[in-house]
Every structure is written in structure tokens, then in C-alpha cells.
Design a protein around this ligand. Structure first.
Ligand code: KG4
Ligand code: ZN
Length: 316
């Protein structure tokens, strides 16, 4: 049994997962509300909140799985990429827990974690497949040939897809993070009301800054009165442009087996647009620790007591 810990951004999460990928507990404490009034994650605020939450969240996961630390065989933790102070809290907690029970520690790459959300039961997806990873911090097209990693085919040249959703939501007066709210609002609007540009860049990369600027100018030109009346149409049209960009890119690879992971994989229009794709289950799209424990199943563990030098790292 693996204890997973995730603190790379603004979710404090702990999970218990068996060696064959069954989730016994998956606890996520979101700090979104805490950061909402700042319109984005404040790194120092996130670190301090992780510090308060990490032990209670691990305790809650153990309780939910009805196990104790004595039943745990390894501790997995996100060591990169992410906010350095936030990562440090999880890494320190994981080291302390592993050390106190003489367990091995498994350093996990958060992006590998998102892909490994597909390896949990009941989905238990087998490579090979082409994977779209779309989150608040990353937009990647990956070739996955085995469960221990991936090869990067394309990435965003500017904003991440989730960031584009969040910035668009902000322009429309929605809360933070706004992806899910924009998704909900878009259901009441006409996706063809406004023609927002879909960036086409060379190769398999993405670009979202143009569509964001187009929304900004449209909102400005409408003025406050009309903006209120057209918010749903704007949301639907903007979402259509983002989803089209993602789906076109995936389709352009010609891949037969496609999977989608990351926070944006929760988007209802994206899910509907790729009906044949393997989609991460909704609770496993946004950040969680079950995906971290899942990735640990395919990552080399550092034996006790060698891991005191394992460090957090901001970049991938
Ligand atoms: O994977 P994730 O939890 O965190 C990162 O690793 O970045 O992704 C969070 C992102 C946010 O930008 C959020 O707005 C977006 O996923 N998101 C959505 C939806 N639910 C979450 N975007 C579009 N539609 C949704 N339903
Ligand atoms: Zn993530």
C-alpha cells in the first residue's frame, strides 16, 4: 500500500492506493476559497495553509481507508514541478513520515502523476496512447509507450489551457479558478455567437494568448450593460475556441488511442468532443494524491534512509 502526498499548488491532498491501483482513500483539501479574493494562488499563503492541512489530511485519508501508518509500505510525494514553498511542505512531511516508519520514499513528477490517473482502477489504461495533459500550469501533448514515463510531442508557447479558462472567466466576472464556472455558464450560451480565433501554430504546439486577447477586446467593446446580457454567449464561444484548439491538435497527431488528463479534462465540452478517448475520471482530473501514488507504482523508490537529500524542484 502506498501513501501519496500532493502539495504542489493550492490543493493539499493525501491518498492510499494499493500496488495494483485500487484507491482506498483520496482526500483533497482545496485552498481555492482562500486565494479567490486575490484572483490567483498566492504562493506564501499556499505554503502556510499546506503546513496547517498536511497532517490532518493524511490522518483523514488513513481513517477513510481504515488503515494505520504501519500498513503503509512506501510514501510517494510530488517533488516537482510546482510552487517551491508549497512543494517543500509535502516533501518534508513525506520524508518525516517515511523516516519515522523506515519506509522508502518515492519522488513523483506531478505531470507523470496526471498521466498515472489513468492507471488507477477501474480504468487501468494500458499504453500505448497519445495523451493530452491540460491543466492550470501545463498544456502538453505526450506519447506514452510505457507506464513509467512519456515523451513530449508538443507544449504551449504561452498560456496553459487552464490558465486561458481562468483568465477568460475573470474577464467575464466569474470567480477563481474559473474553469468549471465558465463551463457551467457556457451551457446557457450560443457557442457560435462570437467567432474567436483558434491559434494554429507549427508542429504540435499550442498557443492561447491570442484568443484571450480577443475576448478582452470583445468584452471592452461591449460595455458593461451589453456584457451582462451576453456573458453566456461569450463563455460558450470562448470555450468553443479553446476546446477546438485542443481537439484539433489531438486529431492532427492521427493517433488511434487518445487519453485526456489534468484539470481541463473535466471540461464538459472537451469530454463530449472526444467521445472515443480515455478520459480521466472527474475526481481525478484536478490535482489529487491518488494520481501521485499511482505514478509511484512505476517510479524507482529511494530506500530508507537515503532520501534526506531528495529535494523539491520548481521546474519539471
Ligand atoms: O490539474 P489542475 O488541478 O492543477 C494544475 O496542475 O494546474 O488544473 C486546474 C485547472 C484550472 O485552471 C481550472 O480552471 C481548470 O483546471 N478546470 C477546468 C474545469 N475544471 C477545472 N477548466 C475547464 N473546464 C472545467 N470544467
Ligand atoms: Zn496538476
Amino acid at each position: 500500500m502506498i501513501l501519496g502526498i500532493e502539495t504542489s499548488c493550492d490543493e493539499t491532498a493525501a491518498a492510499l492506493v494499493t500496488d495494483d491501483g485500487e484507491i482506498l482513500a483520496n482526500v483533497v483539501a482545496s485552498q481555492a476559497e482562500l486565494h479567490a479574493r486575490f484572483g490567483g494562488v498566492v504562493p506564501e499563503v499556499a505554503s502556510r495553509r499546506h503546513l496547517e492541512l498536511v497532517v490532518p489530511v493524511v490522518r483523514e485519508a488513513l481513517g477513510e481507508a481504515r488503515v494505520s501508518l504501519r500498513d503503509v509500505e512506501s510514501v510517494a510525494v510530488t517533488t516537482r514541478p510546482g510552487l517551491i514553498g508549497a512543494l517543500l511542505v509535502g516533501v518534508s512531511a513525506a520524508k518525516a513520515l517515511a523516516w519515522s516508519h523506515r519506509l522508502p520514499l518515492v519522488p513523483v513528477n506531478h505531470l507523470h502523476g496526471h498521466v498515472a490517473s489513468l492507471y488507477l482502477r477501474p480504468l487501468d489504461l494500458q499504453p500505448p496512447f497519445t495523451c493530452l495533459l491540460a491543466s492550470g500550469g501545463h498544456t502538453l501533448l505526450l506519447e506514452v509507450t510505457d507506464r513509467s514515463g512519456y515523451r513530449i510531442l508538443g507544449t504551449t508557447l504561452d498560456d496553459a489551457a487552464g490558465e486561458a479558462f481562468d483568465k477568460g472567466a475573470r474577464l467575464l466576472g466569474l470567480g477563481y479558478p474559473g474553469g468549471a464556472e465558465l463551463d457551467a455558464l457556457a451551457r446557457h450560451g450560443d457557442p457560435e455567437a462570437f467567432a474567436f480565433p483558434v491559434a494554429r501554430v507549427d508542429g504540435l504546439d499550442f498557443s492561447f494568448s491570442g484568443v484571450k486577447t480577443a475576448l478582452l477586446y470583445t468584452v471592452r467593446d461591449l460595455g458593461p450593460g451589453e456584457l451582462e446580457a451576453r456573458r453566456a454567449d461569450l463563455a460558450a464561444s470562448y470555450q468553443r475556441a479553446l476546446v477546438t484548439a485542443l481537439v484539433d491538435r489531438v486529431r492532427s497527431t492521427g493517433a488511434e488511442r487518445v487519453a485526456v488528463v489534468g484539470g481541463v479534462a473535466a471540461n464538459s465540452e472537451l469530454r463530449a468532443a472526444l467521445p472515443e478517448a480515455a478520459l480521466a475520471p472527474l475526481p481525478l482530473c484536478t490535482d489529487n494524491a491518488a494520481m501521485v501514488a499511482s505514478a509511484a507504482r512505476f517510479t524507482r523508490a529511494v530506500p530508507y534512509p537515503d532520501y534526506l537529500s531528495v529535494d523539491a524542484q520548481a521546474s519539471a
